[in-house]
Design a protein around this ligand. Structure first.
Ligand code: DC
Length: 646
C-alpha cells in the first residue's frame, strides 16, 4: 500500500501562499470557454479536478493554451462548442460533471459523460429532472438518477424549472451557469431547503464577471432573461482556495501559530472563509485583511462548539479534526450532503476519528466528536484510511500535532492540492531526531541512551525490535528464514518498552534478547525486506516530542532520512569485541573473545552486504570512531553536533 508517514509536529508558524480555488477555477474555465472573446485566467488551480475540466474542454474543441505560472488563455466559442459529439470522462470532479451536464444539455449535441466508479454512485437525478423539464434529452446510462449520462439534442424551451436544493447546490449552480445558453428566459425555483448557499453566490458572482446578471428573489427564485450571453472580461485572477486554507488556519489554532494564509481574506467570494469564524468561536485568535487570514492558538486552548455547517460543508471536515484539540465535545450539524461526496464522509470521518481514540456519535446529518485528552490520542498502526477523498487526507494531517501518523493513499490530495504535504512540512516544526547508526557493539546503544537522557528526549533502540522479532518468531515456532511468517510476527509484535523493562506479549523479556543466538536470529530476520517494511512505522512512532535519539543501522538513511543530526558511530572490530565481552560478563552471560570477534566480523559482513538497508555510512552522516574515545567524550561530540544549525 501507498502511504506517507508524517512526524509529530511541535509547533507551526509561517506564511502559506495557497493554490487557486477549485470552485472558481472550474467556473472560470467553463464560462471563458462559453464566452464571446478570449480570456486570460491567472492563478488557476492545477490539480486533478481542473485537469478533468481542461480535458473536457479540449474534447469539446475549445482552444486552451497554458501560458505558464498558472496562467491560461481560453478562446471562447460564443456559446457553441466546436465539437458537437464527444465522450467526456470527468473523473470524480463534481464541479465539472454537474456544470457540464447542464451546459451540454442546453447547447445541443451528442455527448456521453462518465466518471470514476464513485462518481457513478453520486446522485444527479434532481439535475437531470430539471433539465428534462426544459426539454433536454438526457438519459441515465446506468442506474436512473446517476451518471454516466447520455445527452442528445433536445428541443429546449424556456419557462419555469424546479430543482431540489437539499442534495447538492451544484444542481442549481449547473442550471444557472447553463441558463444563458438556452436563448430564452428561464426561471429556476428551488424546492425545499437550499444547502451550501455560498457556492451559489460564487456561481452568481462568476456569471456577473462574464456579463450575465441573474434576477433573484432570495434563495427561492432565479431568473435569467433571454438574450443574455457570456462575454469575456479579458483577464481575471482566481482567488486562493478557501477550503484549502482551512488546514493551515486550523494548524495555527492548534499548534501555536501564527500561521498566515495569503490569497483569501475578508473580501473573498468563497463561503469557506467563514471557517475562520468557527475557529474564533472555538477560541482561536484570528486576524484578517482583505486577502489574508492569520490564526494563533489561544493561551487556554480551544473549546468544543456546536455549529451548523450547512454553509461551509467542505471546511467543516477540518473542524472535525480540529475538535481533537478542544476541551469538550464538538457537534457539526447540517452535514447530510457529506454522505454523497467523494465518499460517505460522515461514515468515513467517524471511523477514522475513532481510530485516533475519539468518541464519535454520528447521525444522518450530524457528527459529534468527544476527544480524549490530547496525550491519550493514539496513532493507528495501520494508518488513517483516506477513501480516495482529498479532504480526509488533508484534515487528518492535523492530528500530527499530537501523534506521528501514517496516512494511506495520500495521492488523493492531487484532486485539489497536489503539493499539500510539502507545504505542510514548510510551516510545521517537526519533532527533531538524532540518528546514530553503526556496526554491532560500536557503543551506539550506550551513547544514544545517554544523549537522549542529556537532552530529555526519547530513545529508540531499533536493534531491540529486530531482536524481539527474532525471539517472538522462535516462540511462535516460525523459522527465521520464513519471510512471510516473520513479517507477520513483526507486524503484530506486542511489545511495550518501559523505563527499565521490555515486555513481549505481556511478559518481561529481560536479557533473553541479548543472548548470542538471538543476536544471530536478529541479524537474519533484519535481512528480510518484508520484516523491515513491517517494522518501519513501528520505529517512526517513537518520534515524539520533544525529540528522539534513535540507534540502529538505517536510522539516518531509511527510517528518519530527515533527521537533523546523523552520526555513523564505529570502532575497530577488536575494540568492539572487547566491549561486547565486558558487557556480557557484567550481565553474567558466559562468553569468550575469539568467537565474539569472529561473530562480529560475520555480522558486519551480513549487515553490510544485505540488499535492503545495508549497513554503511550515509553520505550525510558524520563519522565518529570511538576506538580511542571515552563514553563521555563521545556523548559530548554527538551533543555538540546536534547543537550545530542544520
Ligand atoms: O544493534 P543490535 O545489535 O541490537 O541489532 C540487532 C540486529 O538487528 C543486527 O544484526 C542488526 C539488525 N538491525 C538492523 O538491521 N537495523 C537496525 N536499524 C537495527 C538493527
Amino acid at each position: 500500500m501507498n502511504y506517507i508517514d508524517l512526524p509529530e509536529i511541535i509547533s507551526a508558524s509561517g506564511v502559506v501562499r495557497l493554490p487557486g480555488s477549485k470552485s472558481l477555477s472550474n467556473r472560470f474555465l467553463l464560462l471563458a470557454a462559453l464566452a464571446d472573446g478570449t480570456t486570460e485566467i491567472r492563478g488557476l488551480l492545477e490539480s486533478d479536478d481542473t485537469a478533468r475540466m481542461l480535458d473536457a474542454l479540449n474534447a469539446l474543441g475549445v482552444h486552451v493554451e497554458s501560458l505558464g505560472e498558472h496562467a491560461y488563455r481560453v478562446v471562447g466559442c460564443a456559446g457553441r462548442f466546436p465539437n458537437r459529439r464527444a465522450e467526456l470522462f470527468v473523473g470524480n470532479a463534481g464541479t465539472a460533471f454537474r456544470s457540464l451536464t447542464a451546459v451540454l444539455a442546453l447547447t445541443g449535441g451528442d455527448y456521453v459523460l462518465t466518471g470514476v466508479a464513485r462518481m457513478h454512485e453520486r446522485p444527479i437525478g434532481d439535475l437531470v429532472d430539471a433539465l428534462r423539464q426544459l426539454g433536454a434529452d438526457i438519459s441515465c446510462l446506468g442506474n436512473e438518477g446517476f451518471p454516466p449520462l447520455g445527452i442528445r439534442p433536445g428541443s429546449v424551451r424556456g419557462g419555469i424549472v424546479r430543482v431540489r436544493g437539499s442534495v447538492s447546490s451544484q444542481f442549481l449552480s449547473g442550471l444557472l451557469l447553463a441558463a444563458p445558453l438556452a436563448g430564452c428566459e428561464i426561471t429556476i425555483e428551488v424546492v425545499g431547503e437550499l444547502i451550501s448557499k455560498p457556492y451559489v453566490d460564487i456561481t452568481l458572482a462568476t456569471m456577473a464577471r462574464f456579463g450575465v446578471l441573474v434576477e433573484r428573489d432570495g434563495w427561492q427564485r432565479f431568473t435569467v432573461t433571454g438574450g443574455n450571453v457570456y462575454r469575456s472580461p479579458g483577464a481575471l485572477s482566481v482567488e486562493a482556495d478557501a477550503s484549502s486554507a482551512s488546514y493551515f488556519l486550523a494548524l495555527g489554532a492548534i499548534a501555536g501559530g501564527p500561521v498566515r494564509v495569503e490569497g483569501v481574506g475578508s473580501e473573498s467570494v468563497q463561503g469557506d472563509v467563514r471557517f475562520a469564524d468557527a475557529l474564533r468561536a472555538m477560541g482561536a485568535e484570528v486576524a484578517a485583511g482583505p486577502d489574508w487570514i492569520e490564526t494563533r492558538s489561544p493561551s487556554g486552548g480551544l473549546n468544543g462548539i456546536e455549529i451548523d455547517c450547512n454553509s461551509i460543508p467542505d471546511a467543516a471536515m477540518t473542524l472535525a479534526t480540529t475538535a481533537l484539540f478542544a476541551h469538550g465535545a464538538t457537534t457539526l450539524r447540517g452535514i447530510a450532503s457529506w454522505r454523497v461526496k467523494e465518499t460517505d464522509r460522515i461514515a468515513a470521518m467517524a471511523s477514522e476519528l475513532r481510530k485516533l481514540g475519539a468518541q464519535v456519535d454520528e447521525g444522518d446529518d450530524f457528527l459529534r466528536i468527544t476527544p480524549p485528552a490530547v496525550e491519550a490520542l493514539v496513532s493507528p498502526s495501520h494508518g488513517i484510511d483516506t477513501y480516495d477523498d482529498h479532504r480526509i487526507a488533508m484534515c487528518f494531517s492535523l492530528a500530527t500535532k499530537a501523534v506521528p501518523l501514517r496516512i494511506n493513499d495520500p495521492g488523493c490530495v492531487a484532486k485539489t492540492f497536489p503539493d499539500y504535504f510539502e507545504r505542510l512540512a514548510r510551516v510545521a516544526e517537526q519533532v527533531p531526531v538524532i540518528a546514530i547508526d553503526g556496526p554491532s557493539a560500536s557503543g551506539k546503544g550506550t551513547i544514544a541512551a545517554r544523549v537522549a537522557a542529556a537532552l530529555g528526549w526519547h530513545y529508540l533502540d531499533s536493534g531491540a525490535l529486530y531482536r524481539l522479532t527474532a525471539l517472538a518468531a522462535r516462540r511462535a515456532g516460525i523459522a527465521w528464514t520464513d519471510e512471510g511468517g516473520v513479517a507477520a510476527v513483526a507486524a503484530e509484535l506486542d511489545v511495550v518498552f518501559g523505563e527499565n523493562s521490555t515486555r513481549l506479549a505481556g511478559e518481561e523479556v529481560g536479557d533473553a534478547i541479548r543472548h548470542e543466538d538471538i543476536s544471530v536470529g536478529a541479524s537474519q530476520v533484519a535481512a528480510l525486506p518484508s520484516v523491515r517494511a513491517a517494522l518501519l512505522f513501528r520505529q517512526r512512532i517513537f518520534r515524539r516530542a520533544p525529540g528522539l535519539v534513535a540507534d540502529g543501522r538505517d536510522m539516518g538513511s531509511v527510517v528518519f532520512p530527515d533527521a537533523q543530526t546523523k552520526v555513523f558511530l564505529t570502532a575497530s572490530v577488536q575494540v568492539r569485541a572487547e566491549r561486547r565481552y565486558k558487557q556480557l560478563m557484567e550481565k553474567g552471560i558466559p562468553a569468550s573473545i575469539l568467537p565474539l570477534l569472529q561473530d562480529l566480523r560475520e555480522r558486519d559482513e551480513r549487515d553490510s552486504q544485505r540488499s535492503v538497508a545495508p549497513l554503511r555510512q550515509n553520505e550525510d552522516a558524520r563519522l565518529l570512531d570511538t576506538s580511542n574515545l571515552t563514553i563521555a567524550e563521545t556523548v559530548d561530540q554527538v551533543l555538540a553536533w546536534s547543537r550545530e544549525p542544520s
